[in-house]
Design a protein around this ligand. Structure first.
Ligand code: NDP
Length: 249
């Protein structure tokens, strides 16, 4: 029954609608920055604690994909690799990252949390379809994907904690310096896009590629908003620095 529920997500019209929604989210986020973190503002309804918001938003992703893997009872090595990659990322994102944030007292709109819960549920269903497919394994794609995922994760996590640690000496925001930050304002977002591209290369089927499209649709506008925010708030912000892709954007 669960498998037949998931097969609805592999139908072409559903996929098309999902891609069109990603495009709409991309354009919408270019027009107005998503109201959490430094872009938090009134007018988005009731708000809850920032850390709790992160846990609730990511919980469906943490649970749904590993449970689907378990229900599939697959022993396919690529399935095991994908379930492991996913779990490592989401255990960190859901159970560790929210408690390392130095944003005590900061809030996030409940509406943003609910939209993210909905997104993570649908995205989790798309990704879970991989466990019910016979994947055609290409050794070189799998290796390349794992490498990209690991590099992306290192860039993502180390940049997130570099930013979080800026709050040590300074309670407000500061200009991040060093490593990837000399080239781009948001290496954490760049690393996250690399991660999910690596994941999609390993699976090389539709569901994970849709997640890459959505990740880019969310994170490219967010990085551009952060980048503009830095320029508005720090007159001495490095001029040569790009927003998210080194030398490009
Ligand atoms: P940010 O870069 O805005 O912030 C990360 C943390 O560092 C926050 O606690 C933030 O505080 C703090 N911080 C950021 N910049 C500074 C600074 N210059 N000085 C001091 N503190 C700073 O990250 P996002 O909220 O945009 O994203 C967090 C993570 O979630 C990232 O890893 C991102 O890739 C991931 N993500 C993934 C998405 C996806 O679609 N897959 C979608 C959205 C996020 P504060 O919150 O107060 O600004």
């Amino acid at each position: 029954m669960f498998e037949s529920f998931l097969t609805h997500f592999s139908r072409t019209p559903v996929i098309l609608i999902w891609v069109l929604l990603a495009l709409a989210a991309f354009v919408g986020s270019l027009l107005t920055s998503a109201p959490y973190g430094r872009h938090f503002r009134d007018g988005w309804g009731p708000a809850i604690s920032n850390s709790l918001g992160w846990v609730l938003m990511e919980l469906p992703a943490l649970l749904l994909v590993p449970v689907s893997f378990w229900l599939s009872q697959s022993t396919n090595i690529v399935h095991v690799i994908l379930a492991t990659m996913w779990s490592v990322h989401y255990i960190h994102r859901t159970l560790i990252f929210p408690f390392r944030l130095r944003t005590k007292g900061k809030q996030m709109p409940l509406s943003v949390v609910l939209m993210a819960v909905g997104f993570n549920f649908i995205n989790g269903c798309f990704v879970s379809t991989v466990f019910f497919m016979d994947l055609q394994m290409s050794g070189s794609l799998v290796l390349l994907g794992i490498l990209l995922f690991i590099i992306g994760m290192i860039i993502n996590i180390s940049s997130d904690y570099h930013l979080i640690n800026l709050r040590n000496a300074n309670q407000g925001y500061a200009i991040p310096r060093g490593r990837w930050f000399e080239m781009i304002s948001c290496p954490n977002h760049f690393g996250e896009i690399l991660e999910w591209t690596g994941f999609a290369l390993v699976a090389n089927v539709t569901g994970p590629w849709l997640f890459v499209i959505w990740t880019a649709a969310n994170l490219i506008p967010r990085a551009l908003s952060h980048h503009h925010w830095y320029h508005e708030n720090f007159p001495n912000y490095p001029k040569q620095r790009k927003a998210i892709f080194p030398y490009l954007l």
